[in-house]
Design a protein around this ligand. Structure first.
Ligand SMILES: C[S@@+](CC[C@H](N)C(=O)[O-])C[C@H]1O[C@@H](n2cnc3c(N)ncnc32)[C@H](O)[C@@H]1O
Length: 281
């Protein structure tokens, strides 16, 4: 859990903390881009989505949509919700593919019942533990968030929320409110013994008591066993010939086309596009 003095939640409400300058700094920080993308990849894996079709997903606290980029790369449709107009402005400038909504998750998730196949949230939900206004009650805001999220998800869907709780009490407050709202599931902790790599994923199920996935790098299961499980779950990214769909020619061409639409400089397609390179020694 992060050192308290450095926590953004202590520096003011999110809509003020994530102002124009912060939104730009955040989005152009290559380390941040990489971390958000990695955590989104893991969150999507924990969602356990149907493999045979694109899904309709919700990204809560979508920010400038670094996480949304990953959802698009995976072929999903999505809606991003955030309280910071500066973060959403950067997402708009970047012409991300999802639909965007300016809203406060503490006031509830304003969508029709059963609309989404899944929900992710990356590094956002701990903000609900801070009371930024006299009228704010963290337990009530958390309950409103979880109960409306529960309703917006389809039966059998999951929500995977990566979060940075400040302490054990916060974590308990968050999980208690999620369970009160009707979710089953629990916490998946990746790399629990590493101060830097440790990550909390709250995995919530709607209407089913599915098995909670194992965390990565857990002490009790040998490192190899945990890694093996992760690898086997990722088999869904492979096609019938065992080749990674992510590296296939179609996948690369589609990604290049998307980047062109975003106004980015992209090399022309040739017969060599996506060809396997020889290893360099
Ligand atoms: C660390 S950023 C996450 C960025 C995002 N995952 C991405 O890929 O760009 C946390 C985000 O949570 C949002 N947030 C914090 N409290 C919120 C609230 N009550 N409702 C909606 N969004 C909130 C912030 O505005 C911020 O954009």
């Amino acid at each position: 859990m992060a050192a308290s003095g450095k926590r953004p939640e202590h520096r003011g409400p999110p809509e003020l903390f994530y102002d124009e300058a912060e939104a730009r700094k955040y989005t152009h920080n290559s380390r941040m881009v990489e971390i958000q993308s990695q955590m989104t990849e893991r969150a999507v894996e924990l969602l356990g989505l149907a493999e045979d079709r694109p899904c309709f997903l919700l990204d809560v606290g979508c920010g400038s949509c670094l996480s949304g980029d990953y959802l698009s790369e995976e072929g999903h449709c999505w809606v991003g919700l955030d309280i910071s107009s500066a973060m959403l402005d950067v997402a708009l400038e970047r012409e991300v593919e999802g639909d965007l909504m300016l809203a406060d998750m503490g006031q509830g998730i304003p969508f029709r019942p059963g609309m989404f196949d899944g929900c992710i949230s990356i590094s956002a939900v701990q903000w609900l533990c801070s009371a930024d206004k006299k009228t704010h009650s963290p337990p009530r805001r958390l309950h409103r968030f979880f109960s409306t999220l529960y309703t917006a998800l389809a039966h059998g869907a999951r929500a995977v929320l990566q979060l940075y709780p400040e302490n054990a009490q916060q974590l308990e407050l968050i999980t208690t409110q999620a369970m009160k709202a009707g979710f089953t599931g629990g916490l998946v902790v990746d790399f629990p013994n590493s101060a830097k790599a440790k990550k909390f994923f709250l995995c919530l199920f709607v209407g089913t008591s599915g098995t909670l996935p194992k965390g990565l790098g857990a002490e009790c299961a040998g490192e190899e066993a945990v890694q093996a499980k992760f690898t086997s779950e990722r088999m869904r990214f492979r096609n019938a010939k065992g080749r990674s769909v992510k590296k296939s020619r179609d996948w690369v061409l589609e990604k290049k086309e998307r980047r062109r639409r975003q106004g980015k400089e992209v090399r022309a397609d040739t017969k060599y596009t996506s060809r396997k390179r020889r290893p360099h020694f």
